[in-house]
Design a protein around this ligand. Structure first.
Ligand code: ADP
Length: 159
């Protein structure tokens, strides 16, 4: 039986930190669904469809990765995809409280759901999509240090 996991997030945009977590998840699971949340309450820089297209391009040569958009409860998506594993990345202690809350809610909503927390490489422990957007609005020349090449090009077009 193939083991599948869902890696949900806003990914606005997908960074090398997200990439690091996705690659780690692929060491543990046969299939990884990168699930882009449409309803996060934040006004996104990239539309969900733009994010889906960009992340699909990043993983175009890896058939183990599936990129999808969802606008319903994560647990409903999990049931639909027949998986009970949620992947989340941890950067610093500051991520922990929110992640604990979400994992607990998901477990109440779907008792067999399990959240798996993966620690990023030290070199990405400071990296967030918000920081990338801020840097992109001021200086585009260093974006390659933070996002995959293809996403760097799309960011340059936006700013
Ligand atoms: P959300 O808005 O759901 O937090 P994000 O796109 O910001 O979505 O993040 C998705 C997941 O990836 C979260 O678990 C977040 O902690 C993790 N993540 C984001 N950036 C990094 C990073 N640099 N290293 C490790 N994990 C990260």
């Amino acid at each position: 039986m193939k083991r599948a996991a869902i890696y949900p997030g806003s990914f606005d945009p997908f960074t090398l930190g997200h990439m690091d977590i996705a690659q780690r998840a692929l060491k543990l699971f046969d299939q990884v669904y990168i699930a882009i949340g449409e309803n996060t309450g934040k006004a996104p820089l990239f539309s969900a469809e733009e994010r889906r297209a960009m992340i699909s391009e990043v993983f175009k040569d890896d058939s183990r990765v599936h990129v999808i958009v969802f606008d319903n409860l994560l647990v409903d998506l999990m049931k639909k995809l027949d998986t009970n594993v949620i992947i989340r990345g941890l950067r610093a202690v500051s991520d922990f409280e929110m992640e604990l809350q979400m994992a607990s809610v998901n477990r109440v909503l779907y008792s067999s759901s399990e959240s798996v927390f993966l620690m990023t490489s030290d070199k990405y422990s400071f990296l967030s999509s918000g920081m990338v957007k801020e840097i992109a609005s001021m200086n585009k020349s260093c974006l390659g240090k933070f996002v995959p090449k293809m996403i760097e090009a799309e960011l340059k077009k936006k700013f």
